[in-house]
Ligand binder design. Structure first.
Ligand code: KG4
Ligand code: ZN
Length: 343
């Protein structure tokens, strides 16, 4: 490690992964530790906030120590601590925020609060140099957004979901098909084995709108399954999954391409847990192959929640002079634009 290297410890506990990572100069992963709680939440069919908090308490110290150990560094080597301040489950966020504050206070290390979505977008900086203007398609369990970035650290939400997030729709449809939680990967797998035989609706919304809506699609899938059952017919879950996925991917890809052209962006980056979706990745690759816009898709491990992405975003904010005070709190409903664009 050179003396002028910037070493940032990232901490993420907004939902059901306890994660800590060390990132060098905002770009290079030195260590990246994720303790997933999925197995504990599976039998409840979704994340139980109280169980999530308890797991974070049990894991946080172990995960941070492991991140330091794997990187071969101590707190004395860390230049800044970046932590997810929101949005997320308040009882989960608080564990990461308090751990970060305690370390920052005890070791006199600067603290930087990071918006979870800014983290997901900056996961792409761990793969390639970001080029502006940039458009990010953020698709996770809690968010579906098109975010325009004119430069580092500024975010403009040009479209967002009016109801369910894409991942939420995946998880709800999966539950109806009696697939385990989280359902996204299972639907994705089934979709590749099936054929899109059912013409499910696509919510394009008003002309020129980059907003999304997935609740109508989710209801259409549930109604179709229900009606078939009442008539004593059986639908192949593989075809239902393929048809559902075709509708989601069609809307996401069409709106992303339109926005990328309208705003004349140099780069389109994919972010969030649903970015792991093979159908979505493939469709985006095909579309952008013929356009003079670079498409960046992170590896699966950087699409789902992790702390390296928080450290990457935190590094940029730290270099821009952003600092959080020790009275920092967790903000479950934190807004991306108002939080990061303030001077
Ligand atoms: O970003 P993430 O790890 O957590 C949130 O911040 O929400 O995203 C989790 C979401 C879940 O809804 C999960 O079902 C979905 O990402 N997901 C997928 C796939 N892998 C994960 N959705 C569709 N296809 C996948 N392959
Ligand atoms: Zn996330």
């Amino acid at each position: 490690m050179k003396n002028n290297d910037l070493l940032v410890l990232g901490i993420e506990t907004s939902c059901d992964e306890t994660a800590a990572a060390i990132v060098k100069n905002g770009k290079e992963i030195v260590s990246n530790v994720v303790a997933s709680q999925i197995d504990s939440h599976k039998r409840f069919g979704g994340v139980v906030p109280e169980i999530a908090s308890r797991h974070h308490v049990e894991q946080i110290t172990i995960v941070i120590e492991e991140a330091l150990q794997q990187a071969g560094v101590s707190f004395a080597d860390i230049d800044a601590i970046a932590v997810t301040e929101g949005p997320g489950l308040v009882g989960a966020l608080l564990i990461g925020v308090n751990a970060a504050k305690a370390i920052a206070f005890a070791h006199q290390i600067p603290l930087v609060g990071v918006h979870h979505i800014a983290g997901h977008i900056y996961a792409n900086q761990l793969i390639t140099e970001l080029q502006f203007p940039l458009l990010a398609l953020v698709v996770s369990g809690g968010h579906t957004e098109l975010v325009l970035m004119e430069e580092h650290g500024t975010f403009k939400v040009i479209g967002e979901t009016r109801d369910d997030a894409a991942g939420e729709a995946y998880d709800k449809v999966a539950r109806t098909l009696q697939l385990p939680y989280p359902g996204g990967p299972h639907i994705d797998r089934l979709a590749h084995e099936g054929t899109p035989t059912i013409d499910f609706p696509r919510a394009w919304l008003e002309e020129g709108s980059y907003d999304f809506s997935f609740s109508g699609l989710k209801s259409a899938v549930i109604n179709t399954l229900h009606n078939a059952k009442q008539k004593g017919e059986t639908l192949d879950p593989k075809d239902v999954a393929a048809s559902f996925q075709a509708s989601v991917v069609d809307v996401l890809v069409t709106k992303t391409v339109q926005a990328a052209k309208e705003y004349g962006v140099k780069q389109v980056v994919l972010a969030g847990g649903v970015a792991a979706n093979k159908g979505l990745r493939h469709a985006l690759e095909q579309e952008f192959d013929t356009l003079p816009i670079q498409l960046v898709i992170p590896p699966l491990s950087l699409c789902t929640d992790n702390a390296a992405m928080i450290a990457a975003a935190g590094s940029v904010l730290f270099e821009q002079g952003k600092r959080s005070a020790l009275d920092m709190n967790a903000h479950p409903g934190l807004d991306l634009e108002t939080f990061h664009n303030k001077k």
